[in-house]
Design a protein around this ligand. Sequence first.
Ligand code: NAI
Ligand code: 15L
Length: 265
Amino acid sequence: MVKKVALSGAAGQLGRVLRKALLERGVNLRSAAGSHPLEPLVDGEDVMHGDLRDPAVVDRLMQGVDVLIHMAGTSVERPLPEIIENNLRGLVEVYEGARRHGVRRIIFASSNHAIGMHSVEDKLALDCEFRPDGFYGLSKMWGEGIARLYWDKHGIESVCIRIGSCVEKPAEFRHLSTWFGFEDLLHMIDQAINVPDIGYLVVWGVSNNTRSYWDNAGAARLGYRPRQNAEDYAAEILAKSNPLDATAQRYQGGSFASYDYTPLT
Ligand code: NAI
Ligand code: 15L
């Protein structure tokens, strides 16, 4: 059976990469942007836009869909009310929409900032403690929690991808550990759409980096075999100075961890 796949956050940085690549692969795709309409990339493309806090918009997104790739949301540290609206309230609307429409699986864009206060000296397994580095990271803990709840109670599968730094090319020292190349992102998304019987799974969204902070053994269940390695860019990166301050260099979350870092003295 050909799956119908929906992509939220299609106008965002990762959404743009995924939309183009999935269309090129012939995926039966519906792409949804936030506030502005999308220009179709191909004739008759299934596109829409709207705020996912609105159940009517969620209904349009979910109608007839088998798998949702949920990229929409606030993607950086922002004032708490904005994060609550987009990443907490909006996400509940999305999962409730999945229940209404029988959407079987959600691929949820979690983030390394859910664990960003771990030391860069630590190598983390997937069952490590949450150590969020701000309200944004906290919202991703909430997201993984919703995903767990809706699998346990409503049978909606989720693959939560704790994305590292998903950029075309690693550009700074931290990326030698956190980089998630586009080729590996696409491979992981393909697997997350197609591998049967996933239930609830959390994986690190990271390439095969020599200096990775994360042990991705659990991603084997997805059949994820990353091919990119930030180390290929190490010479170029090590020739430059590290842009992070001393505090940011100590924590896996980098500048998110050093932002508003004011321990009591
Ligand atoms: P982005 O900020 O470029 O795109 C997010 C999109 O979500 C925006 O286009 C925005 O309009 C949309 N959006 C926000 N709130 C919405 C709402 N209430 N209703 C409808 N649309 C809404 O983010 P990016 O970089 O593309 O990231 C995608 C996802 O991956 C985000 O959830 C982010 O937290 C996560 N992520 C990304 C990483 C990266 O390296 N780019 C690393 C870790 C996580
Ligand atoms: C994220 O969660 C952000 O969405 C992205 O913009 C990057 O900052 C990334 O983490 C990172 O940690 O490099």
